[in-house]
Ligand binder design. Sequence first.
Ligand code: G
Ligand code: MN
Length: 269
Amino acid sequence: MHNRAVHRLKLESDLRTALNRNEFRVLYQPMLRISPREWIGFEALFRWQHPQHGLIAPDEFLAAAEGTGLMALIDQWVIREAYRQIHHWQSEIDIPLRIAVNLSAPHFTSPKLIDGIRYCLSDSSISEGKLQLEVNALVAMRNPAHTVEMFTQMKRMGVVIAIDDFGNSDFSLASLRRFGCDLLKIDRALITNMQADRTSHDVVELILAMACKLNCEVIAEGVEKAAQLDDLGSMGCNSAQGYFFSSPLDPQAAQQYLRKARTVSVLPS
Ligand code: G
Ligand code: MN
């Protein structure tokens, strides 16, 4: 226990130093609609450019950061940074883009969540419907009453609400209905297995039918092959993200992708 506490303190001070040293990064992964072909926006993914260990994703320190308040700090930093970035791109490229940011579990359950989001929104020129916040399905289902309360307040601020990694954990249909979310993101594992495994295929089909009833948008995550996209299209799923289009990109590469995708078709016909 002592070791864990020491590790946590060290991590906390390292992360605070990292913020001051400008070691935090955001990678951007395109989210696209296939038919009609159009941009949805980018998912902003946090990374720590560690001087010794290289690029570190948040899953690697999330458990240790629990209880430190750091995840809330990082999520808010990502929202502001991604907004600064998208504002810059939009001054050059006139395509309406949404920016998606993941809310970590400790942040989503923090009493400071709503005030923090309000602060981010007031601090930037974010217009209504441009910020998408993603909450993992398992986290959202853990305390449905809390989720309903948070989503209601977030929606009042004009935030687009997405349930992330949907379909690979238990959920209650009644709770899902009460959440009033705008978007379901189908878990990558289901998309990966969909063609080899009948159950995964059926689950994807059911999610799409359910989303239609709930009046929710759907984005398939982790699309890597044209055949997956064809299958999804035939099931009525029009939106996707994944390596087939692009891996998460640094800001320069994302801007190039945006330019290229505006003029030539990067999407399959
Ligand atoms: O659950 P969430 O969507 O937040 O996870 C995003 C992570 O998934 C990123 O770190 C990204 O690198 C990874 N990722 C994004 N697209 C793909 C894909 O098509 N295939 C695989 N294997 N991983 C992906
Ligand atoms: Mn996500």
